[in-house]
Ligand binder design. Sequence first.
Ligand code: SF4
Length: 346
Amino acid sequence: MTAFPAPRALTSVDDLVTAGLVAQPTAALTQVAEAFRIRVSSEMRTAIADPADPIARQFVPDAAELVLRPEELQDPIGDLAHSPTPGLTHRYPDRVILAATHTCEVYCRFCFRREAVGEEAALPEADMQAALDYIAATPAIWEVILTGGDPLVLSPRRLAALMARLSAIPHVQIVRFHTRVPVVAPARITAEMVQALQGRPTTYVVLHSNHAQELTPAATEALARLAGAGIPLLSQTVLLRGVNDDAATLETLFRALLRNRVTPYYLHHCDLARGTSHFRTTIAAGQAIMAELRGRMSGIGIPTYVLDIPGGFGKVPIGPDYLQADADGYLVADWQGGVHRYADPA
Ligand code: SF4
């Protein structure tokens, strides 16, 4: 029997042309590729059914990325404004973001860290030690969020070593891994990887997934390995025009996540990263989708719709609003749009 090699990741415009995902190499696409790195993992390459489908739209570069709007920013959520040491962001008292790596298995065209990802690989040891020293010297830090970069591109050996260093800091109780790997490179979720994520501090895995078509059979098996090991799984989704900006598509995704023991956690309004305006909906459109979802599925499948305030001021829920205060208490809207009086005695 002939063994066919596994399809490799696509990392250039020429690769995308060969794979039939773009028609021809244009000057505009070359310019996009010079500004923002390209990578479509082999799993996502095989998940793309059509060059215009919602998976391709997330990973295949588009000339629209050359459109820069005045409100767009290089560091849209203000990571650098709150960085006490390289690789560390301390925005809220009880938690930090640690960028252990800047590489990913895919480069998403809408990523809010698109200016930072793909440049260097792992955080240099001196910077990692400085970050861990800062965490150890700051007892208010209860939770460490590994993101950045995708932390699960690191080897199980490196992850186990990092977990051991974090476990030596008594006030760190939770380590959260923000990752696309279980979906975009599920073969990385080996028994050794699962073992590296277990133990103290308690681990949460927050899966970034934007469309049910990403949840391939291999992704489903990877999620089962994580859930089977008792690792709590949450998800975050970015609201993206042309990918998932309608209630039916999101309902299908959230139901698929729940079936895989992943609890939908956040729906992010698309951040003001440079060259991403073709992905952004209005907030009003996002609120309307959330209101429709409330009538379509149970609360365990409905994430919180959030906005990262540009400039580094943190994340806030952005509705929709169901309560309106007046002189007699509140008017409350139900899921079908009916309005009811609620008396709220002092
Ligand atoms: S950090 Fe996450 S969203 Fe950004 S390119 Fe990497 S995998 Fe995609």
